[in-house]
Design a protein around this ligand. Sequence first.
Ligand SMILES: [Zn+2]
Ligand SMILES: [Zn+2]
Length: 206
Amino acid sequence: MILKKLVVGPFASNCYIVGSESSKEGMIIDPGDEAEVILRGVKDLGLDIKSIVLTHGHIDHIGALKEVKEAIGAEVAIHTDDAQALQENSVGAMFGVSYPTPLPPDRLLDGGDSIDIGDLHFVVLHTPGHSSGGICLLGEGIVFSGDTLFNFGIGRYDLPGGNYSQLMNSIHTKLMVLPDNTVVYPGHGPETTIGTERGGNPFLHS
Ligand SMILES: [Zn+2]
Ligand SMILES: [Zn+2]
């Protein structure tokens, strides 16, 4: 599997470019900002991007969506409960950043849906709590956790659509049930593993 992490924009968001070694098909997870950096990354890896998957609809994860989509034309996928975010200005305004022109999604996701990229297989985990339509993407021994779970941290639950008990429930019932060696690639900050977080994440033991 090809996997490249780019840290983009003022909120230091992680954008991941994932690809199949054999078919050279790929997906982009969370094109948060700096479209030109993301597009150069795709080009350098020689990938044909099939999907742009959004872990949730916050501006720091979708800021470069329009530019990237227009450049490469891949399908845009977001959970049904966060799709509204691609059509409104609320979260962008809250963070004090200007919002790009709205762009409707091509595919609405729900928990259990599959995203297949060449020989790579991922499953959508619906993990509300940071936002109502937040997802994690599980497959190939790794999980892209968006802003649900971080390296020794958890997502904010004080933004619109956020809910603390939902967030903890999502983490415990969708993520902490995964094997210890599952590598976690979060929406911000360094990667970790489920086992590391199970053992030492202070927010999971309060
Ligand atoms: Zn967020
Ligand atoms: Zn974020």
